[in-house]
Design a protein around this ligand. Structure first.
Ligand code: ZN
Length: 297
């Protein structure tokens, strides 16, 4: 705490484990301006509360809370320096991603059921999105409502038929079902039956080589991101969602990223759009050539 000019006395959590609006509800109701900063509510010369009240503090509950409030603040002295937020996640009080990640793991426990693979050729922003999706931490309308955000409509941004949860958007929505069928046919995976995000992340269901698996898993992750972007564009820009366009986007983005971020530098666009694992087949063909000495292209 510096001069108390930018920290809200009632609404910010600056002293103790809860904001004063929560810790002292009777006084909070009585406060004339609930947005007042600390500097306007605390007299550090007299070490006393100096809030504006709608009427004098009078009931037993209010007087009792006032006493506790004074005790909580104690002998806080407001200086001339500016207020500064301190992060409580480490000793320095300065936020950093590594400590934040450790805190998340401590709070939630390590998710032993996590199936997402950290595919190298997939960009970090896509991986982080899928990681959050697997933990059901993306801001779907139902998730926002759970966090007490008032929404007049919680229906799916893509189909509008049912409430919008992440499982619905990515596995049950009519649009995503059609989309996964198209992706499954492009990757020759057969029909995709997914009831959970993990079902998608566990693709391909059939046994295949490690390299093929990494490509399919990456394509699934890119696909998830493309669905989410389409959902956002429909909600915020009223843009129509067409399955063909989404699949084309997945093909081009995954082609670009795999070609530039993996050893598949020779990837050919025309072959890729037909079957993304075509190079595995040609790899087998070249082995065949080496073994037999004949050309079987
Ligand atoms: Zn839907």
């Amino acid at each position: 705490m510096g001069n108390g000019a930018h920290i809200r006395f009632w609404l910010d959590k600056w002293c103790g484990n809860a904001s004063f609006s929560v810790a002292f509800p009777a006084l909070f109701r009585l406060a004339a301006d609930k947005q007042d900063p600390v500097a306007r509510c605390w007299d550090s010369q007299r070490l006393d509360v100096c809030c504006g009240w709608k009427r004098p503090v009078s009931s037993n509950a209010e007087l009792e809370e006032l006493l506790l409030l004074r005790q909580s603040i104690g002998s806080l002295f407001l200086s001339n320096s500016a207020d500064r937020w301190r992060w409580e996640g480490n000793k320095d009080g300065v936020f950093n991603v590594a400590d934040f990640k450790n805190l998340l793991v401590q709070q939630n426990g390590p998710d032993r059921n996590s199936v997402m693979k950290w595919i190298v050729w997939v960009p970090l922003k896509v991986k982080v999105f899928v990681w959050r999706l697997e933990m059901d931490r993306i801001p779907t309308r139902l998730a926002l409502q759970r966090r007490n955000m008032h929404l007049s409509d919680v229906s799916c941004g893509l189909c509008g038929a049912v409430d919008e949860s992440s499982i619905h958007i990515f596995t049950a929505c009519e649009l995503s079902c059609g989309f996964w069928t198209a992706i499954g046919s492009w990757c020759k995976l057969g029909p995709i039956f997914a009831f959970d995000i993990k079902d998608l992340l566990l693709l391909p269901a059939e046994k295949t080589s490690k390299e093929s698996k990494k490509i399919i898993q990456g394509i699934v992750m890119v696909s998830m991101c493309v669905i989410w972007v389409a959902r956002n564009e429909k909600i915020f820009r009223s843009k129509d969602v067409k399955i063909g366009e989404l699949v084309a986007k997945v093909k081009s983005l995954s082609f670009l990223w795999l070609k530039s971020r993996s050893r598949y530098k020779q990837l050919v666009w025309k072959d890729w759009t037909i079957f993304p694992l075509y190079m595995m087949q040609s790899c087998c063909a070249s082995v065949l050539v080496l073994r037999t000495g004949s050309v079987f292209y």
